[in-house]
Design a protein around this ligand. Structure first.
Ligand code: PBG
Length: 324
């Protein structure tokens, strides 16, 4: 056994300090965005059954949540709303006193330094649960939806959202929203586009949390086919061309290859959304003792960063940050 000339890779793994020196990927609370659900008419918080550890918040619970998230050093919050009432066109989305508009004002007052992101989509506000307005035949009307998304974006930005994040997957929305924001004197508002958003089974728990499941059909006519990676690049490049400041890949774990190639194709920051189903799956296995939950979360979030995400949107944000 003398003079064996093989590479000794284990040398760099011998101690914690050595591993720390050669670690390639960094994960800090500042890289994370914590999504919350705010419900009109609710006071306090109620647990979301399909997402253990997550809650719907009443307006009265929002300020405290913002202070907690801010104290933990988490970069920002992403807001979803459950309105008092829904209608055919989703008018609750752009109401000046809408649930997310009100929540934004309270968040900004409680934690002015936090980045507040408004999700722009109609599905939580329409009676039929689709992400846009419908034609007579029940199909989603792309161009008829665009002005409503623009109005929603302006309304959220006026309420104080730092970032507008359209998740509807209508074509042309980034250009129309950018023009509307600029036209309203909101040129500093950042646009984060859900560029490569796949029609995914992993949104299941979210639809319970946000009460946004489509009443009929599915979203495959506007969200992407999980089989397509080149098309995701095309989507991301289109959005950058239309003026997106940042782009997103969603979900994260089943699409790390897409995340990597989007990262290589664009120079703007890239976000990845570790969605509700990814969260619930891990929590369920951890609850049963089948995996070590804390370690699985560390590994998951690190892997999403390693694949190329600058920003990770995750329901684990608070718990993970608390453990650091
Ligand atoms: C709204 C929207 C959805 C999610 C974010 N924005 C649901 C959907 O498209 O059905 C999913 C987020 C998650 O699952 O955590 N369109």
């Amino acid at each position: 056994m003398e003079n064996l000339n093989f590479r000794r890779h284990r040398r760099l793994r011998r101690t914690a300090a050595m591993r720390g020196l050669v670690r390639e990927t960094e994960l800090t609370p500042a890289h994370l965005i914590y999504p919350i659900f705010v419900q009109a008419g609710l006071s306090g918080r109620t647990p979301i059954e399909a997402m253990p550890g997550q809650f719907r918040l009443g307006l009265d619970a929002v300020a405290e949540e913002a202070r907690t998230v801010s104290r933990l050093g988490i970069g920002g919050m992403l807001l979803f709303g459950l309105p008092e009432a829904k209608d055919e066109v989703g008018s609750g989305a752009w109401a000046a006193d809408g649930i997310v508009q009100e929540a934004t004002r309270r968040l900004k007052e409680a934690a002015p330094g936090l980045v507040v992101i408004g999700d722009v989509c109609l599905c939580e506000y329409t009676s039929h649960g689709h992400c846009g307005v419908l034609r007579a035949d029940g199909s989603v009307d792309n161009d008829g939806t665009l002005p409503l998304l623009a109005e929603t974006s302006v309304s959220l930005a006026e309420a104080g959202c730092d970032v507008i994040a359209p998740s509807d997957m209508m074509d042309g929305r980034v250009a129309v929203i950018r023009a509307a924001l600029d036209g309203a004197g909101l040129g500093e508002t950042v646009l984060l586009s859900y560029s490569a958003k796949f029609a995914s089974a992993f949104y299941g728990p979210f639809r319970e949390a946000a009460d946004s499941a489509p009443a009929f059909g599915d979203r495959r006519g506007y969200q992407m086919d999980p089989a397509n990676a080149r098309m995701a690049l095309d989507e991301a490049l289109t959005d950058v061309g239309e003026g997106a400041d940042m782009v997103m890949v969603k979900p994260a774990l089943p699409y790390l290859d897409v995340l990597r190639s989007v990262r290589e194709a664009v120079d703007v920051p890239v976000a990845a959304y570790n969605v509700s189903g990814e969260y619930s799956m891990l929590m369920a296995a951890a609850e049963r003792g089948w995996i070590d939950g804390d370690r699985a979360v560390d590994e998951t979030l690190t892997a999403i960063r390693r694949a190329g995400a600058d920003i990770v949107i995750t329901y684990h944000a608070k718990d993970w940050a608390q453990r650091q």
